[in-house]
Design a protein around this ligand. Structure first.
Ligand SMILES: NC(=O)c1ccc[n+]([C@@H]2O[C@H](COP(=O)([O-])OP(=O)(O)OC[C@H]3O[C@@H](n4cnc5c(N)ncnc54)[C@H](OP(=O)(O)O)[C@@H]3O)[C@@H](O)[C@H]2O)c1
Length: 310
């Protein structure tokens, strides 16, 4: 009779190391926390001399902070060494989305990191025509470069941050109890909270089997659904306010862009309007959703976000 193998005391595998750029930002800070919650080891790359309180808060929570100049290729590669995945939550225009992210990508490849998650976090720009959204054109351009590199890439697409519905995105007009829109009140739109996007990104960063794109939405809602959600959240009746067809919004974008060029601002008013225009056309609407991939995530609905507004 064969002898039973002698059991060796099993040692738990070391937690995966995830390198995170942009951890001092709104989304990045939450990705760092979600990674820690999933047991990852997190190394945050911050610009030298960054004095934001988030740096100390990250350190207190157990994130290792590495100050690094993104233009220093050798230092950046060293900072990426040993990572299972490099995640970018950077925000900016060409010098960030193309230049800084390219430095980060080159460093990840040089360090032999197997996977990269770019700072995409948006509506589905793969379906949008060139020139229809300045910030998303940059992401498509970076994506083409990323696809040529010897590293596995995964983009997380989450629609519009649901949190914007209580502030920057002028759709739910609380004071006059109206839902503002252009085009059709029946066009489905994708929304996800920043927190859910962060949780999902953390899960994806730790999952070596992710595909090129993952598409999620905490809630898919039409303007009529937003109207119902706002009414339920506030206990007051909201009505719809149609400002015109999509051509009206397009004209408004052209005029605003001429009046307020804001070349160096990441989110000037006309950028938000481009985003809304894209969404109302239906072109970037997700076909299928990958929400169920990580079943432990609880997706926050719009009604809850509207009810919790400050
Ligand atoms: N889908 C949506 O509705 C929606 C809405 C908003 C944002 N987003 C996307 O979410 C992502 C994160 O945005 P966020 O709002 O979290 O951004 P954020 O709060 O402005 O944070 C940006 C981060 O990038 C870092 N950064 C900027 N320029 C850099 C550079 N040149 N080199 C190194 N680090 C640099 C900042 O570091 P410092 O601390 O050094 O400044 C900060 O950590 C972006 O892709 C953004 O477009 C999506």
């Amino acid at each position: 009779m064969a002898e039973a193998p002698i059991p060796y005391p099993s040692r738990p595998a070391a937690p995966a190391l995830i390198v995170l750029a942009g951890a001092t930002g709104d989304l990045g800070f939450r990705i760092a926390q979600a990674l820690l919650a999933r047991g990852a080891q997190v190394r945050a790359l911050v610009r030298p001399g960054n004095t934001k309180p988030e740096v100390a808060q990250l350190r207190e929570r157990g994130v290792s902070i590495v100050e690094v100049d993104f233009k220093d290729a050798a230092a950046l590669a060293q900072a990426c060494a040993g990572a299972a995945c490099v995640v970018s939550a950077l925000s900016g225009l060409r010098e960030v989305i193309i230049d800084a992210q390219t430095h980060l990508l080159d460093a990840a490849v040089a360090a032999g990191v197997p996977r990269f998650i770019p700072s995409d976090f948006s509506i589905d720009f793969t379906k949008l025509p060139e020139g229809s959204n300045r910030n998303l054109d940059l992401r498509r351009e970076f994506g083409r470069h990323l696809d040529r590199m010897p590293i596995k890439a995964t983009s997380i697409l989450n629609g519009m941050f649901m949190d914007l519905l209580t502030g920057q995105a002028p759709l739910v007009l609380f004071k006059i109890k109206r839902i503002l829109y252009w085009g059709s009140a029946d066009q489905p739109l994708d929304f996800t909270t920043i927190a859910n996007t962060a949780e999902y990104t953390a899960a994806a960063a730790l999952d070596p089997t992710t595909p090129r794109y993952l598409r999620v939405a905490g809630e898919v809602a039409t303007i009529r659904d937003l109207q119902a959600a706002a009414s339920a959240a506030t206990g007051q009746r909201f009505r719809r306010l149609r400002a015109g067809g999509l051509w009206v919004l397009k004209l408004m974008i052209r005029l605003t862009r001429r009046l307020v060029p804001a070349r160096n601002e990441v989110f000037p008013p006309w950028q938000g309007m481009q985003y809304l225009h894209n969404m109302f056309t239906g072109l970037p609407k997700f076909g299928t959703l990958d929400n169920a991939r990580y079943p432990d995530i609880r997706w926050t609905p719009i009604r809850e976000v509207l009810a919790a507004r400050p």
